[in-house]
Design a binder for this molecule. Structure first.
Ligand SMILES: Cc1cc2nc3c(=O)[nH]c(=O)nc-3n(C[C@H](O)[C@H](O)[C@H](O)COP(=O)(O)OP(=O)(O)OC[C@H]3O[C@@H](n4cnc5c(N)ncnc54)[C@H](O)[C@@H]3O)c2cc1C
Length: 561
């Protein structure tokens, strides 16, 4: 016999009762329902194992359990043994043992074993006198304790598990609310037990409907947390590749101007801007705006206008198929469109020092300062980089960390960082700037413990204790997959418009009797916007502006073909 509960009663806290005698079980549930059914969900089981399964499922869903009433004499586990296990799942639930008179001795012993709140002698008639006063008192006590519901996605992981921090980053950047539980803390352990996993493979992600996923991939996560991953059509007017400010700008203008538009993003919309703790120079935000806020709004704006936004889809190929442009995904599927806007931006360069690769995600992070902020509490943190992104991260982390040391390879910040940031940094007492310094080694057992720093002026090196290192060391375009189809400069940035022409002539291989439009690449109908473009400004505002301009040129292209 399974567990009985009404379907529509999922949002209320539960009172669970278990008794192996179906008649008694029904009678308890009936009496409870009559008195508490409008405020609590009454869950009834006829065996200890069914009841434990029900509790585990409720735990994974984030449901609340206020009171558990268990019969003492049950065949597989007696009531005390059952309550002991139930306590591992719901330590805060109040516990009641139902006993016959003959078993009162056992019930009294149980007060110590399972910290029993009450034992009730059967029969409990009339309930108004014997049952309800007891349950009322227990509910009052339960209501006074902390029992906030946790309906959102839960991530059980370990601070030094690289995949755990990637998953947090992924969820955060996709604006999926989640709650983090350390796998070695009691509630994390309880969730792992409820999911029947041993905690060796982390993280375990539990969806709001209670499904547990062990070490899920980004694509699995996206699908389960409700992010679109597959296109609804096979032909579009415009495919935008990349979901940073340039791509989002293009999607907003494209969709709002009636183009059938799909935006394809390999990870999470927001791009680099989504990782910026505070953008202070974007027009219209005199007090600054967090990159996540700005790009989340942009994504909602794009979808409001009807753009499709696909996440966790990596574009790996672009082909010309007659008048169509074909975009191929990593899984081999493809979509066709009249036009394409490349908005693939740039990604962080990796630092080659020994030890860093192994410790990435275990104390070493490329750019992901935001989600690791809590881990910095009271720590000595190192940030590498001399540009604005490193400066912003140092300012942001200094609010949480004991100290922040900014490691800069050059002799000063003046050449590479905006004046306003240099000034902010100088005014923050727990930030120290070390110029002429580079990281030459990183070490640690299962997470970062030491860094070796070298002074480039004197050649001297020094080993420092370090648990957290954030690297912001410049960026490279993500355009290798374009092969030779579109012209790129020596560093891989896509060349467009007038920059393509040599001495005022049409570019080589260009067959149309007009020059390429301003942001058009060497392939007609394929445009580039934002940081991926050769000689671009590397700013949020210019990326957004280029996204909008590219859409205007898409219209011009469509009118003329
Ligand atoms: C920490 C930080 C702070 C910054 N602060 C500021 C600031 O204060 N002011 C300012 O003006 N600028 C700032 N910048 C710079 C600014 O964020 C960038 O100039 C801007 O984000 C560029 O936008 P983009 O759309 O061209 O590229 P990106 O933001 O790089 O976005 C490109 C997107 O394309 C995706 N993508 C790449 N390849 C593929 C593929 N093959 N398939 C699918 N998707 C793909 C990527 O995952 C990414 O999401 C900052 C940058 C950083 C990193």
């Amino acid at each position: 016999m399974g567990v009985m509960t009404a379907q529509d009663e999922t949002s209320r806290a539960a009172i669970l009762t278990v008794d192996d005698d179906p008649g008694v079980s029904r009678a308890v549930a009936r009496d409870l329902r009559r008195q508490y059914g409008n405020r609590y969900r009454i869950v009834r089981a006829e065996s200890a194992s069914d009841a434990l399964d029900a509790l585990r499922q409720m735990k994974l869903r984030g449901d609340l359990v206020a009171v558990i009433l268990a019969d003492y004499r049950m065949p597989e586990l007696n009531g005390i043994e059952f309550l002991e296990q139930a306590m591992d799942i719901y330590p805060g639930a109040r516990r009641v043992l139902l006993t016959a008179y003959a078993d009162t001795g056992a019930a009294i012993d149980a007060i110590n074993v399972v910290d029993l709140d009450h034992y009730l002698l059967k029969p409990w008639d009339p309930p108004e006198e014997k049952l309800y006063p007891v349950v009322d008192a227990l509910l009052d006590a339960w209501l006074e304790s902390d029992h906030r519901p946790v309906p959102e996605t839960k991530v059980v992981g370990h601070r030094w598990s690289a995949r755990s921090s990637e998953v947090r980053e992924f969820l955060a950047r996709n604006q999926v609310p989640y709650r983090w539980y350390a796998s070695d803390e009691p509630e994390g352990e309880r969730l792992l037990a409820a999911a029947k996993t041993d905690g060796l493979a982390l993280p375990v992600v539990i969806t709001p409907d209670g499904e547990a996923m062990v070490e899920p991939s980004d694509a699995e996560l996206a699908a389960r947390v409700g992010l679109a991953t597959t296109p609804s059509k096979d032909f579009y007017d415009l495919v935008v590749i990349g979901g940073g400010p340039a791509g989002l700008g293009a999607a907003v203008y494209g969709a709002s101007e009636g183009l059938r538009t799909v935006l394809v993003e390999q990870l999470a919309t927001g791009g680099q801007a989504g990782q910026s703790s505070r953008i202070e120079n974007y027009l219209g935000f005199p007090d600054g705006v967090s990159g996540a806020q700005l790009t989340d709004r942009a994504r909602r704006q794009a979808t409001k206008f009807g753009a499709e936004v696909l996440t966790t889809r990596d574009v790996v190929g672009l082909e010309v198929c007659g008048s169509a442009r074909r975009v191929t995904f990593a899984d081999g599927t493809s979509i066709d469109a009249h036009t394409v806007i490349l908005a693939t931006g740039v990604s962080y360069r990796r630092l080659g020092a020994p030890g860093l690769d192994d410790l990435t995600g275990r104390g070493v992070y490329y750019g992901s300062a935001l989600t690791e902020a809590q881990a910095c509490l009271g720590q000595d943190v190192y940030v590498v980089g001399g540009a604005n992104s490193a400066g912003q991260a140092a300012v942001f982390l200094a609010r949480h960390a004991k100290s922040v040391t900014l490691l800069v390879r050059g002799p000063s910040l003046e050449k590479s960082m905006s004046y306003y940031l240099i000034k902010q940094i100088a005014d923050i007492p727990n930030i120290c700037v070390r110029t002429c310094t580079e990281v030459i080694d990183a070490s640690g057992e299962d997470h970062l413990e030491h860094l070796t720093l070298r002074n480039t002026a004197t050649g001297e090196s020094e080993i420092v204790d370090a648990q957290l290192l954030f690297l912001f060391i410049g960026a490279a375009p993500l355009t290798d997959w374009l092969d030779d189809l579109v012209v790129r400069d020596g560093r891989g940035f896509v060349v467009a418009g007038p920059d393509l022409s040599v001495g005022g002539e049409r570019p080589r291989g260009w067959e149309l009797d007009r020059m390429p439009y301003h942001l058009e690449t060497s392939v007609p109908g394929v445009f580039v916007a934002g940081d991926a473009r050769s000689e671009s400004a590397k700013r949020v505002a210019s990326a957004v502006g280029e996204g909008a301009l590219a859409v205007m040129l898409v219209h011009r292209y469509l009118e003329k073909t």
